[in-house]
Write a protein that binds this ligand. Structure first.
Ligand code: 4AD
Length: 505
């Protein structure tokens, strides 16, 4: 029986066998240091000439990055090592010596990595993100199952548009046009009338030709739908649900969050109450006309801009210092150390330069935001900057939201929609609403949105037979993974992303 490096703490001082791959390898005259990975984690394994003898030592020396092998040895505590333990190897067996592995520890471009996604998945960063994704998925199921929800599977071939007709993938369903589901919501509503509280968890498709860090063509959505819920109850659920997931991931994925260098203190802010702000109030905050706890959205951007400029100067000076040290002649090890630092500093500087370019545009857009528009990416960044926890914006302009949202009583220009915006620029992760219950209003809305009435007849039946107040929301799984993992682009949040311009591998 072999063991896994994640369980090394249980095996301290004992002899174990592990099976996996070489993530990295370096050698000296008498020791070979293997960064070993086995799927459960990463650990340093040391093969020393004295212990294994010449034949095995030579075999170990022939290992290349991503060679597969079995190692046996003693687990030793060492705080300095990844995971806090290392293995002193006494025996090894090679399954395969890998030929030259294309992804090396050097910096590769994103296109190259995306073309090699099938291999890129093995890197520590991708490993960590996929583990976090898994934990999020499990916590979503646990949360709903513990709260009386039934999981339902909604169809993927559909005859109706849900979220507007502009971004539908059309296919041929035995000679009849069909669309890949944009959302399972309408079917979820039908099931909620049968089961009370349900949630879908499935792939959804949007044909937007937008090459942005926040858009995929195929993404996974979780859509709870609850009979006898209004939008306030919907928001209570969103807050409790998101707090549960984030808290659980912080707890269960310490190693992964550490591998990603995620600032966990920021995530811990989910413990704070989530602000609930009506759209009309949110746009005043955005324009800097209203402050939140003494914080002005526009002034904060101006401060951030100044800070970015100072940080850039400090980092540029540090690069100059390190380059000077290298030029003055240092040991090979020190030189490597400086070079790694400089590489990181250059990346930081590129980020800062981007911020310095962007912030003035964001300020312009926020100051001039016109009532009735949807928030753009930068508006969400500027708005959420005044809040530490995620914020819920509700009661949206009717004309920018979907046909099924319920109008605010006495105010047909606003609907009871809610978006949850994650802090620190991560932006919208949830869209939801209370649903229109009145048959006549709903039929009028279907017409106003130029949707084909006949294909919505079944949906209208839900209002003919025992219509009740109900509400629900959709969480974009990849947006959630992106926020919790603290990464920039959705392409890293799903094993094989499908997005504008990317179908392979
Ligand atoms: O706001 P959306 O379009 O809402 C719906 O689809 C509703 N039917 C949900 C409901 O009330 N049951 O999408 C919901 C969420 C967004 O907040 C976002 O997180 C994610 O789905 N999302 C996307 N994620 C990745 N790529 C895209 N192209 C996405 N479009 C939406």
């Amino acid at each position: 029986m072999h063991q896994y490096v994640r369980q090394f703490a249980q095996w301290e001082g004992k002899e174990v066998t592990v099976k996996g791959w070489v993530a990295n390898i370096r050698d000296s005259k008498t020791n070979i240091f293997i960064v070993f990975r086995d799927g459960s984690g990463f650990a340093q394994c040391v093969v020393s000439l004295d212990t294994v003898g010449e034949t095995l030592f030579e075999l170990a020396k022939s290992l290349t990055q991503e060679s597969s092998l079995r190692l046996s040895g003693t687990v030793v505590k060492d705080e300095k090592q990844i995971g806090g333990y290392e293995m002193h190897v006494s025996d090894l067996e090679v399954y395969q010596i890998a030929t030259e592995y294309p992804i090396t520890p050097k910096d590769h471009g994103v296109k190259f990595l995306s073309d090699n996604r099938h291999l890129w998945l093995r890197s520590q960063r991708q490993w960590a993100i996929m583990r976090i994704r898994n934990e999020i998925i499990m916590s979503i199921h646990t949360y709903f199952q513990d709260h009386g929800f039934i999981q339902m599977d909604s169809p993927i071939f559909t005859g109706n548009a849900v979220e507007g007709t502009t971004d539908l993938f059309e296919t041929d369903f035995f000679g009849q046009p069909a669309f890949l589901a944009q959302s399972g919501q309408l079917y979820g509503e039908a099931m909620a009338m049968a089961q009370g509280k349900i949630y879908t968890f499935g792939p959804t498709f949007r044909a937007e030709k937008s090459d942005t860090p926040r858009h995929l063509s195929e993404f996974w959505m979780i859509e709870p739908e609850m009979a006898f819920y209004n939008n306030e109850m919907n928001m209570d659920l969103i807050e409790d649900f998101i707090r549960y997931i984030v808290t659980r991931v912080i707890d269960s994925c310490k190693l992964e969050l550490q591998a990603l260098d995620r600032d966990v203190s920021k995530l811990e802010n989910v413990k704070l109450a989530f602000a609930r702000v009506p759209y009309e109030e949110a746009i005043k905050i955005l324009r800097g006309d209203v402050e939140v706890d003494g914080k002005n959205a526009i002034k904060l951007q101006e401060t951030d801009l100044e800070k970015a400029k100072t940080d850039l100067e400090t980092k540029a000076a540090e690069i100059a210092d390190r380059e000077k040290s290298i030029a003055s002649g240092v040991s090979k090890g020190e030189r490597k150390y400086h070079e790694t630092k400089i590489l990181q500093l250059r990346k930081d500087i590129a980020d800062l330069e981007e911020q310095i370019r962007n912030i003035p545009k964001w300020i312009e857009s926020a100051k001039n935001f016109s009532d009735g528009n949807d928030f753009g990416n930068s508006d969400e960044t500027v708005l959420t900057r005044v809040f530490d926890a995620p914020v819920m914006v509700y009661n949206w302009p009717t004309k920018i939201k979907a046909f099924y949202m319920k109008e605010v009583e006495g105010d047909p220009h606003h609907v009871k929609g809610v978006d949850l915006l994650a802090p620190d620029g991560y932006g919208e992760i949830i869209g939801g609403s209370e649903r229109e219950t009145d048959l006549d209003i709903l039929m009028r809305k279907v017409e106003e949105h130029h949707l084909p009435m006949e294909s919505f007849e079944w949906y209208l039946d839900l209002r003919r037979f025992g219509s009740v107040p109900h509400a629900g929301f959709g969480l974009g799984l990849e947006r959630m993974v992106r926020w919790i993992s603290g990464i920039h682009h959705l392409r890293e949040t799903i094993p094989f992303p499908r997005r504008y311009g990317r179908l392979f591998p």
